[in-house]
Design a protein around this ligand. Structure first.
Ligand code: NAI
Length: 250
């Protein structure tokens, strides 16, 4: 267990899957969690689960692809708790499946808006708040597809590769200002993003791509994320950390 007592954390995409697991683990370790997702009722369930377990949380609906909403989310966190110390820019979508020459233009823009621009908008306002708080830590949710390609997923792959460049650059800029910024690269994880879009045969096929012979769980991604946010990772910044069952090892 890590100690996040007295810390406030924003988690985007916290109504489901990996973000929900991270929000709950941060809260179990003492953080006050601002649970953010697209709609109020999406946030409310995670908030209620945290509060029922004795944790502290508040919901704030915000579309990560809307810069003003990201600014409002940070303002809410500061007004609600006094300061912002931690952020997980986790919200993301898989997008359309098509070859590059057939990729729908609107689907491309949507993936880039959410998976890449959304992380920029998040950090654009989180970083000044963390400077006001005297320091902080950010984790941006990339993917194994931040470092390798995957057919028919060009927008997703491009967004996650670009997210790594954004993460490294921000980390360099704020390395001496007590703000650490890292990225996490999960392989295929059993969340609605995966299970709601693929049938069992496809899921089994994906499991076989991992040397461990299985897909991962949201709590396995949360464990790494919480480590990177914690003071135990005090010399870790600007880097990309895989949690992939060996996917990228061969
Ligand atoms: P999920 O679909 O279970 O959860 C994503 C959450 O993000 C949902 O609650 C959704 O409402 C929210 N969201 C979507 N668009 C949003 C927007 N514009 N603004 C605010 N919230 C929005 O997905 P999962 O699997 O938990 O994914 C979380 C992150 O992990 C994503 O960035 C994804 O790319 C990444 N990831 C997931 C992997 C997987 O296999 N599940 C593998 C590698 C990375």
């Amino acid at each position: 267990m890590f100690d996040f007592s007295g810390k406030t954390a924003i988690v985007t995409g916290a109504a489901s899957g990996i973000g929900e697991a991270i929000a709950k683990e941060l809260s179990a370790c003492g953080a006050y969690v601002i649970v953010s997702d697209l709609h109020d009722n999406d946030c409310a369930k995670t908030v209620a689960d945290i509060q029922n377990d004795g944790g502290k949380a508040a919901g704030f609906a915000a579309d990560v692809a809307d810069a003003e909403a990201m600014e409002a989310l940070v303002s809410f966190a500061e007004k609600e708790t006094g300061a912002l110390h931690l952020a997980v820019n986790n919200a993301g979508i898989g997008g359309a499946q098509a070859t590059v020459s057939e990729y729908p233009l609107d689907a491309w823009r949507q993936v880039i808006d959410i998976n890449l621009n959304g992380v920029f908008y998040g950090m654009r306002y989180q970083i000044p708040a963390m400077e006001r708080a005297g320091g902080g830590a950010i984790v941006n949710m990339a993917s194994i597809l931040g470092s390798v390609g995957f057919a028919n997923s060009s927008a997703y792959v491009a967004s996650k590769h670009a997210l790594l460049g954004l993460t490294k650059t921000a980390a360099i800029e704020y390395a001496t200002k007590k703000i650490r910024i890292n990225a996490v690269g999960p392989a295929f994880i059993q969340t609605p993003l995966l299970t709601e879009n693929l049938d069992q045969e496809m899921l089994d096929g994906l499991a076989g791509l991992h040397p461990m012979g299985r897909t991962g769980t949201a709590s396995e991604v949360s464990a790494l994320t919480c480590f990177l946010l914690s003071d135990r990772a005090s010399f870790v910044t600007g880097s990309y950390h895989l949690v992939d069952g060996g996917y990228t090892a061969p």
